[in-house]
Design a protein around this ligand. Structure first.
Ligand SMILES: C[S@@+](CC[C@H](N)C(=O)[O-])C[C@H]1O[C@@H](n2cnc3c(N)ncnc32)[C@H](O)[C@@H]1O
Length: 265
C-alpha cells in the first residue's frame, strides 16, 4: 500500500486515538499532577493526631489527601469514629486505601474517593486531618474558617496554618502535630447585660483571639474562642459564655461570673 493510501485509509476510517495507538503503541495514562507528594504519616503520629482530636462516636472524619487510608481507617477502627472519608487525587492510592479498609473490616464506615481535595465540600466534617504542605494548608485556611462548623477540630501533621496559632501542638518522634478548633464568628457590636446594667461592647476577632472595647474603652476585654465557647476577662473578672445564634449566655465554669447575657446589637 502506498503512503497516500495509508493516509487516506487512516484519515477516513480510523479514530485519531486508535490510529495513534497503532502507530506509537497504546497511550500511556498521565500520572495525576499532585499538589503534595505521597509520604505516609508514621503510625505513632497517626495515633497522636487522632488522640489530639479527641475523636468519639459522633465524629465524621475527613482526611484530605488520604494516601493509603491509614488515618481514616484508624479513626474508625481504633477511635470509634462514626464514619470517615478520604479523598486523594492518585487513583493508585485510592485502590490501596479501599483494599486496606476491606482487609481491616471497616469498609462499611470508611469511604475513599478519587478527586481533588480543593473541590471537595468539607462542611460536614467534625474532624479534618491533613498531611499536606504549608502552601496547600494556606489555600485551605479560608475554606476551613468559612465552611466548617464552629468546634470542628482540624489536625495537621508537620505543617501549620500560618499566623492562625494552633490551640495545641506537640512533637511526636520528631514530627510536629497541630490542633486548631474552628472558632465561631463573634466580631461586631454586642449589648452586655451585667449586674442590672447594659454595656456596649465592640468585639474584634482574629481567628480564636478576641479583644473588645467596652463603653468606649478600648482593649479592656480580652478572650479566646473554643468553637462556640467564649472565655474572656473584663474588669479582672472571668466570663465564660456559649454562643447561640445572636446571644452569648453565661455557662457554669470555675471562678466565672454568672447571670450575664450578651445580645448582638
Ligand atoms: C503527604 S501524603 C499524606 C497521606 C496520608 N494523609 C497520610 O498522612 O499518611 C499527601 C497525599 O495527598 C495526595 N494529593 C496530592 N495532591 C492532591 C490533591 N490536589 N487532591 C487530593 N489529593 C492530593 C497525594 O496523592 C498523597 O497521597
Amino acid at each position: 500500500m502506498s503512503a497516500l493510501s495509508v493516509r487516506s485509509f487512516a484519515s477516513f476510517t480510523l479514530p485519531v486515538g486508535l490510529l495513534a495507538s497503532l502507530v506509537v503503541g497504546p497511550a500511556q495514562a498521565q500520572p495525576p499532577r499532585l499538589d503534595v507528594p505521597y509520604v505516609p504519616t508514621p503510625e505513632p503520629v497517626v495515633a497522636h493526631m487522632l488522640q489530639l482530636a479527641e475523636i468519639g462516636p459522633d465524629d465524621y472524619v475527613i482526611d484530605l489527601g488520604s494516601g493509603d487510608g491509614r488515618i481514616a481507617i484508624s479513626a474508625v477502627q481504633d477511635y470509634g469514629a462514626r464514619a470517615a472519608y478520604g479523598i486523594d487525587l492518585d487513583p493508585e492510592r485510592i485502590s490501596e486505601a479501599q483494599e486496606n479498609a476491606e482487609r481491616e473490616g471497616v469498609a462499611d464506615k470508611v469511604t475513599f474517593e478519587q478527586g481533588d481535595l480543593f473541590q471537595k465540600d468539607i462542611s460536614e466534617a467534625d474532624v479534618l486531618t491533613m498531611y499536606l504542605l504549608s502552601t496547600v494548608n494556606m489555600r485551605l485556611r479560608p475554606v476551613i474558617l468559612d465552611t466548617l462548623k464552629p468546634g470542628t477540630r482540624v489536625v495537621s501533621h508537620a505543617f501549620n496554618l500560618g499566623d492562625w496559632e494552633p490551640d495545641q501542638s506537640d512533637v511526636i518522634n520528631g514530627s510536629s502535630v497541630f490542633l486548631w478548633i474552628v472558632p465561631a464568628k463573634v466580631a461586631g457590636q454586642w449589648t452586655l447585660e451585667l449586674d442590672g446594667r447594659n454595656h456596649q461592647v465592640e468585639l474584634d476577632q482574629r481567628f480564636q483571639k478576641v479583644v473588645g472595647k467596652v463603653d468606649g474603652q478600648p482593649d479592656v476585654l480580652s478572650g479566646q474562642l473554643k468553637g462556640n465557647e467564649l472565655r474572656f476577662t473584663f474588669d479582672d473578672r472571668l466570663y465564660v459564655g456559649q454562643l447561640n445564634g445572636d446571644r452569648i449566655e453565661a455557662v457554669p465554669a470555675d471562678g466565672a461570673q454568672q447571670g450575664w447575657v450578651a445580645r448582638r446589637s
